[in-house]
Ligand binder design. Sequence first.
Ligand code: SF4
Length: 261
Amino acid sequence: MSSVPVNISNDIRKRIFIGLMAISVLLLGCVFVLAWWVVSRRGILVNKIVLTAITAAAIFFLILLGIGVFALVWSLWRTKTIGPLQNIMSTATNLLFPIALNVGKWIGLDEERIKNSFIQVSNQLVKTRVYGHQIKRVLILAPHCLQWKLCPHKITIDIANCRACGRCPVADLQKLAGEYQTELLVVTGGTFARKVIKDKRPEAIVAIACERDLTSGIQDIEGLPVIGIINERPEGPCSNTRVNLKKVEEAIKYFQQGGLH
Ligand code: SF4
C-alpha cells in the first residue's frame, strides 16, 4: 500500500459524492427490503426457489456495494490504495453514480457540484492507484471550446496548425506537451475522444473538459487512468473557455513521476 499527497480543499468537495454514495446504498437496501416484504407478505405468487435466489443475489450485490463504498472512504481518508478492492471501488462508484446524482438533486444540491465532487473522488482514486508507477505515454485531451472562437486554424485536424498567437490556451498547452514529451489533441466531443484513445493507445490521460463531459468520459474510459481537469468558463459554456495550466502540468508530472515529485 502506498500514500499520496493530500489536498484539503479537494477533500471537502469529495465528501459530497461519498455521502451521496452512502445514502444511495442505504436507499437501495430500503427498496430491496420493501420489495421483499411486498412479495413475501402479500401472497404474490413467486416460486420459493426463485425468490431465495433473487434475495441472495440482491444481498450479495448490496454487500459488494457496501464494501466498495467503505473501501473508497478508507482509501480516500488514508490516501492509500487497496489493490485487491480497486475494481470493487470503481464498480461501486460507477454503479452508484446515477443514483447518487438523483439523490443529490432531490435534496437540492447543484448537479454541477455533485459532478465536480465525483471528479475529485475519481482523480484521488486514480492517483492512489498509479502512485509509485511512472507512466510515460500520457495523452492530453483538450476540448475544442478552449480555442479562440474566431481562430481560423483547424487544430482538431492537426494541432500543428496552431500559430501560437497566444489568444487562447492552446499555444501554452502545446508548449507544455512539448516540454513533457506528451501528445496534445483537441477533440470536438466524446465520440471523437473515444476514437482518438483507441487509435493512440495512451497509458494515461489528462482530460480537460466541463463537469458534464468529464463525468461521462471518466465512466466511459474504464481501466485507463484519467485525471480530469475542469475547465474555466468566463464567457459561459462552450465558448472561449480557459484552463489552469498549473493543474495540467501537475497531472502530467504526477503520471510521469508516479506521484513522487
Ligand atoms: S493560440 Fe493557436 S488556436 Fe489559439 S487562437 Fe492562436 S492560433 Fe488559434
